[in-house]
Design a protein around this ligand. Structure first.
Ligand code: ITT
Length: 189
């Protein structure tokens, strides 16, 4: 069975495809011939996830799901949040990570959490699933796996960053994995 995932983020596609295999084959936006960067004008993860999933329903008449996610840092009033993908003003993971580390210079409260909200549009109905993981922001980036802020995020209960984990471990514990587990349970009915 095929499931449409309304994303342009190749890293998200890899993580999600892995969680849905072998039961489902995942088609991302490129996979359905959608070349658009869907506008994310909402004020919450849920609103933005719904904007992405609804866009595909309206323009391609396909049921689908979308993921809106980001990093909330306590000492930064939960920034970058929904602005995680372009926190520094540009859409570049490395630049955004360095920008965040700079803001955290001298800050002792390193508490942060990653959040994912998934919107599943099925038969005209919107179903929302949320995943959260707590952790802390490292002083320096470590690790080369994953994407985004992974090299500076150490999840609670571990002494390595997301970027030091293999896909299998990140996919057991991450915000996205937790939201996906709920989506999968829902799909199983
Ligand atoms: P789509 O909207 O096309 O799905 P995107 O990259 O724009 O892709 P978001 O709007 O949800 O996705 O922005 C999420 C940003 O938050 C992403 O670019 C990363 O910087 C960060 N992020 C989200 N999940 C992450 C993860 O698992 N590890 C590291 N950073 C993550």
């Amino acid at each position: 069975k095929k499931l449409v995932f309304a994303t342009n983020n190749a890293h998200k596609t890899v993580e999600v495809s892995n969680l849905l295999a072998p039961a489902y084959e995942v088609l991302n936006l490129t996979g359905i011939g959608c070349e658009v960067d869907i506008p994310e004008t909402g004020h919450t993860f849920a609103e933005n996830a719904t904007l992405k999933s609804s866009y595909v329903v309206e323009n391609f008449q396909l049921d689908c799901f979308a993921d809106d996610s980001g990093l909330e840092v306590e000492a930064l009033n939960n920034e970058p949040g929904i602005y995680s993908a372009r926190y520094s003003g540009v859409r570049n993971d490395q630049t955004n990570l360095e920008f965040l580390l700079q803001k955290m210079e001298g800050v002792t409260n390193r508490k942060a959490r990653f959040k994912t909200v998934i919107s599943l549009m099925q038969n005209g109905q919107n179903h929302l699933f949320e995943g959260v993981i707590n952790g802390q922001i490292r002083q320096e980036p470590v690790g080369t796996n994953g994407f985004g802020y992974d090299p500076i995020f150490e999840p609670e209960g571990y002494n390595i960053t997301f970027a030091e984990m293999d896909l299998e471990l990140k996919n057991k514990i991450s915000h996205r994995a937790l939201a996906m587990q709920q989506l999968i349970a829902f799909l199983k009915g």
